[in-house]
Design a protein around this ligand. Structure first.
Ligand code: AMP
Ligand code: GLY
Length: 424
């Protein structure tokens, strides 16, 4: 079969890498892909949000299955468009993806379904937001309602900071139209985890747990990024917490979305804050996480294709997933300056040497190939991912690989996985 993967980051490289292992797949395309992906898939120069271009390509090439990585094409309705032409596509429909596309909608659903989450208010006027902040006090969280590339959340230590943030979001529109409405939320404490599950709208088939590292610097200092590294499994998700996530979060939300006439098919990602064994929902995403997908898929045994198809066809109850009894750690190597301004075009050294290492794979995010050289071409450049018999071994393996890779102006966190160690 012919598969098209939509997107061009580390997550999509991991999807391509896993799909390429399926005996049923004869050809993989990736739009727009990146230099690393081009080693396993045919690159198609169509952007992930050019829905019409993607559709024309899939029809012309008779693509058997399309798999969508990023949120934007989902929230714009790529799944609905493909399905209206009889094409098979894995991902949430536009109405289902609103769970990620609008934080106000997501909170409303969480309330309707009685999910454990932070208390909140939604405001379309500045004064209403400010009155609420005065009433609640600080610390408090200000969120732009719409999509803001993972940057629309401001954690505020003081009331003054929260008011300033409301002005940035609603008046200065630093996140554009995403700031037409704000969600003001209770500040939650605890340890974060990412919990992803496949679903066909009835059955919930969890993926292995993982934990992202959003802040750019060690010890969670500095601004939030798309994610600087992740590991799997996340020991904070104990057997008991796992049960609570399924019964108190995932089952009710999937049921609730059906009740709303927004049946959810695809992969659902719950961002959770876990405190004293109690998970609370921070957010939902309608897609695989990046970088969580890299370490999670490294641990997944078996063929991904039948699971993706079962989500589409509504027979997921027949599927099972087995996981390597090993841990994996992904460290993102980024361009210095990210998530702010950074340089591109720096030559990357050491990839060949790392490709010979066992239990290590380098997923590419922002790379390009020019004049016979691999160069940096984005903020997050590589996701170096290693397996080990436990988290400490996986950390060691990954940083051993990282030590061999370099470019002028590389930045990465030195403490990915450290949080898991206190559980051992
Ligand atoms: P979100 O995009 O909603 O997941 O927010 C991005 C990050 O902000 C999360 O991963 C958390 O680290 C943090 N965050 C979001 N909401 C809250 C909250 N209510 N309390 C504390 N931290 C939060
Ligand atoms: N790793 C965070 C995200 O994918 O949104």
């Amino acid at each position: 079969m012919k598969v098209l993967v939509v997107g061009g980051g580390g997550r999509e490289h991991a999807l391509v890498w896993k799909i390429a292992q399926s005996p049923r797949v004869s050809r993989i395309y990736c739009a727009p892909g990146n230099a690393g992906i081009s080693e396993q898939a045919t690159i198609v120069s169509i952007k992930a949000n050019e829905l019409k271009g993607l559709l024309d390509f899939a029809l012309k090439e008779k693509i058997d299955l399309t798999v969508v990585g990023p949120e934007e094409p989902l929230t714009r309705g790529v799944v609905d468009l493909f399905e209206s032409k009889g094409l098979s596509i894995f991902g949430a429909s536009q109405k289902a993806a609103e769970l990620e596309g609008s934080k106000a909608f997501a909170k409303e659903m969480m309330k309707k379904c009685h999910l454990p989450t932070a208390s909140y208010g939604v405001f379309e006027d500045r004064q209403g937001a400010i009155d609420y902040i005065h009433k609640q006090g600080a610390p408090i969280v200000v969120k732009a309602d719409g999509l803001a590339a993972g940057k629309g959340v401001i954690l505020c230590k003081t009331v003054e900071e929260a008011i300033r943030s409301v002005d940035q979001v609603m008046v200065e529109k630093v996140f554009g139209e995403a700031g037409n409405r704000v969600v003001i939320e209770e500040y939650l404490v605890g340890e974060e985890a990412s919990y992803l599950a496949f679903t066909d709208g009835k059955t919930i088939l969890p993926l292995a747990s993982s934990q992202d590292h959003k802040a750019v610097f060690d010890e969670d200092e500095g601004p939030n990024t798309g994610g600087m590294g992740a590991y799997s499994p996340a020991p904070v998700v104990t057997e008991e917490v796992h049960e609570k996530i399924i019964e108190k979060v995932l089952r009710p939300i999937i049921y609730g979305m059906n009740e709303e006439g927004r049946p959810y098919k695809g992969v659902i990602y719950a961002g959770l804050m876990i405190h004293n064994g109690h998970p609370k929902v921070l957010e939902f995403n309608a897609r695989f996480g990046d970088p969580e997908t890299q370490p999670v898929l490294m641990r997944m045994k078996g063929d991904l294709i039948p699971i993706l198809e079962a989500c589409i066809h509504g027979n997921l109850s027949r599927c099972k997933i087995e996981w390597e009894n090993k841990a994996s750690v992904c460290v993102v190597m980024a361009s210095d300056g990210y998530p702010g301004d950074y340089q591109k075009g720096r030559a990357i050294e050491g990839l060949k040497e790392v490709s010979k290492m066992e239990d290590v794979f380098v997923f590419h995010a922002g790379t390009a190939f020019t004049d016979g050289k691999m160069i940096t071409n984005g903020g997050r450049v590589l996701g170096v991912t290693g397996l080990g018999e436990n988290i400490p071994k996986a950390i060691e393996r990954t940083y051993e690989a990282i030590a061999k890779i370099s470019w002028d102006g590389v930045h990465y966190r030195k403490d990915i996985g450290k949080k898991a160690l206190c559980w051992l």
